[in-house]
Design a protein around this ligand. Structure first.
Ligand code: OVV
Length: 396
């Protein structure tokens, strides 16, 4: 009874919640495995076990009705639905095969050297003890550059990738101020993205061109192939920007953890994984039920939206000891920051490579990460990250 009252008023898309979601996450987890969010007339889960179970049961918890709060069966989507994210098998399976082929382990091995040397060069240059904005000059600059080069996005107005992604991730939420501001002048950036996705506008030899080639071989039309590139451009940059920004923030706040990383640079990959657990850049996704279902003892009707709190599941004390402690030496595997199941992040190997590259370079070139001012939080209906992060890197 009191648990229901506790959650009934909660708005997980309000600025106060988004600014510091963790106390509310704990309350949601403690209220029950699955709770009712009265304000939005949806279900929600903030515990690890039911979130993972829902993600694994894609037949019952489907994606084709949208993975935001909007139900595509009742409301017109704001953009043409993604063939990958907002699709179920068998359509999803075909699309996923194309994109997964481009993001294979072999492809990552080809990218690794370039990513490592780009990160090394950038961090070596920034590690001069002078204050700078680590969001702009590192967490944003690095992914925008290496992603665009790898995909074959020409070097012109690449910052539109960030504007577009921020828009996409805001539109998974309700039509609040964040949503309205994000789509206020969507036209030009949508047109820019649509143009960039076309085969003739992608540089030859890049992953974008490869998507077109592989998609054509699978029988996709040119327009559908461009839609698969759109998925790449939507999900591939701002997510890693905030993954890296959150990593820098975590390491700046926990100097003993940075010292541990420095003493063993081989821990870079594991450290980045812990960042994704502790400060998941993608905080939430919805699913829609395709039948009445019992999830962890709670009955949910057919055709209901359920909000899965990935970031809260990652800090569930039922799953991790000292869940609220940032510790690069723990086993963070099993976190749901990349999702789980058939929709698990298809680009996770590339994201991990970017994280490993930057954290390895920091471990090599930097003795100390020192905040030089207050960070400014970026508020988004789905993403968790910073707008600005003033700090200096004391050279090793
Ligand atoms: C995972 C993700 C986020 C945003 C957009 C897309 C995917 C897409 O497929 O467009």
């Amino acid at each position: 009874m009191s648990a229901t009252l506790l959650v009934s008023d909660l708005d997980p898309f309000a600025p106060e919640f988004l600014g510091d979601p963790y106390p509310a996450h704990a309350a949601l987890r403690d209220a029950g495995p699955v709770v009712r969010l009265e304000r939005y007339r949806t279900w929600a889960s903030a515990r690890h076990a039911p979130v993972r179970a829902a993600l694994l049961d894609h037949e019952t918890f489907c994606s084709s009705a949208g993975v935001g709060i909007s139900d595509f069966r009742k409301e017109e989507p704001w953009r043409t639905p993604s063939l990958l994210l907002e699709a179920d098998p068998p359509e999803h399976t075909r699309a996923r095969r194309v994109v997964a082929g481009v993001l294979s382990a072999a492809a990552m091995r080809r990218l690794a050297e370039d990513f490592m040397s780009a990160a090394d060069e950038l961090v070596a240059r920034l590690a001069d003890g002078e204050p700078f904005d680590a969001m702009t000059d590192l967490a944003t600059a690095f992914p925008v550059h290496v992603f665009s080069e790898a995909v074959g996005v020409p070097d012109d107005k690449r910052e539109n990738l960030l504007t577009y992604a921020r828009m996409v991730f805001n539109t998974f939420g309700p039509r609040n101020e964040l949503f309205r501001n994000a789509v206020a002048d969507a036209g030009p950036v949508r047109d820019w993205i649509a143009q960039r996705c076309r085969a003739e506008n992608l540089l030859s030899g890049g992953m974008g061109a490869e998507i077109h080639a592989r998609a054509a071989a699978e029988g996709f039309t040119g327009e559908e192939s461009a839609m698969l590139v759109r998925s790449f451009l939507s999900a591939g940059v701002d997510t890693t920007v905030h993954g890296l920004g959150n990593a820098l923030w975590c390491l700046a706040q926990h100097p003993e953890q940075f010292a541990a990383l420095r003493s063993e640079p081989d821990r870079a990959r594991a450290a980045f994984e812990e960042v994704l657990r502790f400060e998941a850049p993608v905080q939430t996704f919805f699913r829609t039920t395709t039948r009445e279902v019992e999830l962890d003892g709670v009955t949910i009707g057919d055709g209901e939206k359920i909000l899965l709190f990935l970031g809260a599941a990652n800090r569930d004390p039922r799953q991790w000891p000292d869940a609220d402690v940032f510790n690069i030496s723990r086993r963070a595997t099993g976190h749901v920051g990349f999702g789980f199941g058939i929709h698990a992040c298809v680009g996770m190997a590339m994201a991990r490579l970017e994280g490993e590259a930057v954290l390895t370079a920091l471990a090599r070139h930097v003795r100390k990460i020192e905040p030089t001012g207050e960070p400014r939080r970026m508020l988004n209906n789905t993403l968790r990250g910073l707008e600005s992060l003033p700090l200096r890197l004391v050279p090793a």
